[in-house]
Write a protein that binds this ligand. Structure first.
Ligand code: COA
Length: 344
């Protein structure tokens, strides 16, 4: 791609007085899982096909009745709070990025904020599917950059097992449950959120969605009979769009920040399909060992994939490391971001 084709309309604003940084990470996945071998008994599939076509071996599943996405999010938040030894009362805002809230109407973030005793925070959910963490980071960093908020807790959490049809082999092989949390604060050392390139296109809403339960198709006997309460997708079309848009967004971020491949420490891509990740890395000429992955163990946990990567690989990250994040999901939504890691 030549520099002429780079979208300069949203060039990084380096005049910010306050830079936001991720200063802590937490995570949680349930212990129970469904392996590829388990799936062989449920749908017409096999371990070899799933491994070769997706890179996934197993997905964690929250099996306990009476527990929803808030349970995952609360545990990820508690993990972060304990590790960072922060007083929950110092948190100003809790954002939960999710497409599987406990309820419609009452958002999940207030449940999480109350459970972790963040009693001085206000809280809301953000819905951007697999781009939920990236869009959430854009929101969280903007609150910090405004100067009005000092501690924002962003949690990407999804209980995908609650919307997966385990008789559908095109979706049941892909998704899992999990949550990842990050604390976003004003940077003290100059490292943090550097730039973002985020986009959406509603034309693709029909390619990946949960059709019923919203205002267009309220739940009825008919919607249930049609299985519209489950996630459904046109896998091939989503795959093609994901490959081209994730690669393009990543390229835009790299070129306009004048980053060389060798300078980038890691790419943290949304974990939807190993083949989408490999194609993105190839497009930007990035060594395979610079691409962080945990899709094999968790599958696609939607808003939780990128913070769970940070959680799993936190020990590998050092102050000043140049990281690229990239995601693509329902909506359609997608984007990439550049950040410099702020702590050891
Ligand atoms: N097990 C075994 N065989 C399967 C299968 C499964 N689970 N699913 C499809 N197949 C078969 C198909 O019937 C087809 O057989 P045929 O060639 O005899 O007709 C063949 O495998 C290829 O099917 P296709 O649908 O082209 O597979 P694919 O390579 O596109 O992979 C997905 C399917 C769903 C894994 C892939 O399209 C994908 O990952 N899409 C993006 C999904 C995504 O990321 N969604 C979340 C948003 S980020």
């Amino acid at each position: 791609m030549s520099i002429d084709t780079i979208d300069v309309s949203m060039k990084p604003n380096n005049k910010r007085n306050i830079k936001a940084a991720i200063t802590g990470v937490g995570g949680f996945v349930p212990e129970d899982f469904i392996s590829n071998k388990d799936l062989e008994k449920m749908v017409d599939t096999n371990d070899e096909w799933i491994t070769a076509r997706t890179g996934i071996k197993k997905r964690r599943i929250l099996k306990d009745k009476g527990k929803g996405t808030s349970f995952l999010a609360i545990n990820a938040a508690k993990d972060l709070i304990a590790k960072k030894k922060i007083n929950p009362e110092s948190i100003d805002l809790v954002i939960v990025s999710t497409i599987t809230p406990d309820f419609h109407g009452a958002s999940t973030a207030p449940t999480v904020a109350s459970a972790i005793k963040a009693k001085n925070a206000y809280a809301f959910d953000l819905s951007a599917a697999c781009s939920g963490f990236l869009f959430g980071m854009s929101t969280a960093t903007s609150y910090i950059e405004s100067g009005r908020y000092k501690k924002v807790l962003l949690i990407g959490a999804d209980m995908m097992s609650s919307i997966v049809d385990y008789t559908d082999r095109s979706t049941s092989i892909l998704f899992g449950d999990g949550a990842g949390a990050v604390l976003v604060e004003p940077s003290l050392n100059g490292y943090g959120w550097e730039d973002e390139y985020l986009r959406s296109d509603g034309i693709g809403a029909e390619w990946l969605n949960i059709k019923s339960g919203g205002s267009l198709y309220p739940i009825s006997n008919e919607t249930i009979a049609n299985k519209w309460h489950y996630i459904a997708q046109d896998g091939k079309t989503v795959f093609k769009s994901a490959v081209s848009e994730m690669a393009n967004a990543t390229e835009q971020i790299i070129i306009r920040n004048e980053l060389k491949s060798e300078e980038i420490k890691y790419l943290l891509p949304h974990q939807a399909n190993k083949r989408i990740i490999d194609a993105t890395a190839e497009k930007i000429n990035l060594d395979k060992n610079k691409v962080l992955m945990n899709i094999e163990n968790y599958g696609n946990t939607t808003a939780a994939t990128i913070p769970l990567l940070m959680y799993d690989y936190e020990k590998n990250l050092n102050e000043g490391d140049k990281l690229i994040l990239a995601a693509f999901g329902a909506g359609l939504t997608w984007g990439a971001a550049y950040l410099t890691w702020a702590y050891n």
